[in-house]
Design a protein around this ligand. Structure first.
Ligand code: HXC
Length: 265
């Protein structure tokens, strides 16, 4: 399926949907129009049976996303700022809850809203020139696209406070990996190939198993362990009703795992 957007390039090929934020003149800064387009693109990819895995990246070799668009925010009123925050909340939540695996391929600056959108993805791969930070407090605002909530949950309270209070602290891809924001770091030229390789690896698993496991992890982490373990038991039980469970286990017992074909049901 072909998708047309003003600020995004969206291509679905070989089961992989690549969403490229394409505003290179402002280092792929997120304005309201781009946030609305991201929401529409995520909804379309969620519904597209050809798209099995989503990769999110930025155009060019310098920046993934340099944050929300400061030229739009500079004259915005409080209600307008809140509207922008809510627009991102809906789009990023749609990305986070998507039943398909999502991979952020961070190819440069991931600042403010850029760091925040990468945190809403399941996996983050970074190029060796990537830089992460939450500069909002240096602009007189605070992280408004989920940074005060996802950053302490992904790293810890003290690390999140240091990065958010420190505003102009920019950490390297290696440091971001050390604190839990990044899964792997690659040379820039290899980043997209590695992201696609991982996407293809995920495509060998049952999409239904991935969707249920993702729900168990995401919902479970926001609840207490007892409720999380009950949710896991229920979703585990549900997976027994699927054709994919029959296929996976039968192929194992018949020693033909390489032939297995999952249908996501
Ligand atoms: C608008 C931006 C931008 C941004 C860069 N540009 N970031 N425009 N919004 N977030 C524009 C610059 O104005 C410039 O435009 C062009 O992109 C190139 O940027 P330079 O600054 O010239 O590049 P460089 O010197 O290499 O510095 C790169 C940089 C710097 C370190 C990434 O651009 C920077 O600090 N950007 C702002 C990062 C930031 O504070 N992000 C957080 C935003 S707040 P011209 O026209 O001069 O060529 C946020 C809040 C989320 O994300 C929640 C809100 C509700």
């Amino acid at each position: 399926m072909a998708y047309e957007f003003k600020n995004l390039l969206v291509e679905v090929a070989d089961g992989i949907a690549v969403v490229t934020i394409n505003r290179p003149k402002s280092l792929n800064a997120l304005n309201s129009e781009t946030l609305a387009e991201l929401d529409a693109a995520f909804a379309a990819i969620e519904a597209d049976p050809e798209a099995k895995v989503l990769i999110l990246t930025g155009s060019g070799e310098k920046s993934f996303v340099a944050g929300a668009d400061i030229s739009e925010m500079v004259n915005a009123s409080a209600p307008e700022g809140r509207t922008m925050g809510l627009l991102a909340r809906v789009a990023f939540k749609r990305l986070e809850d998507m039943e398909k695996p999502t991979i952020a391929a961070v190819n440069g600056f991931a600042l403010g809203g850029g760091c925040e959108i990468s945190m809403a993805c399941d996996i983050t791969l970074a190029s060796d020139n990537a830089k992460f930070g939450q500069p909002e407090a240096g602009l007189g605002i605070l992280p408004g696209f989920g940074g005060t909530q996802r950053l302490p949950r992904l790293t810890n309270k003290k690390i999140a406070k240091e990065l958010i209070f420190g505003a102009d602290i920019m950490i390297s891809a290696d440091e971001a990996m050390r604190i839990g924001l990044v899964n792997h770091v690659y040379p820039q030229a290899e980043l997209m190939d590695e992201a696609k390789k991982l996407a293809k690896h995920f495509m060998l698993s049952s999409p239904y198993s991935i969707a249920l496991a993702k729900q168990a992890i995401n919902v479970g982490l926001d609840t207490d362990i007892d409720a999380g373990l009950k949710l896991e038991a229920n979703l585990f039980g549900l997976s027994f009703a699927t054709a994919d469970k029959k296929e996976g286990m039968t192929c194992f017992l018949e020693k033909r795992m390489k032939e297995r074909k999952f249908i996501g049901k």
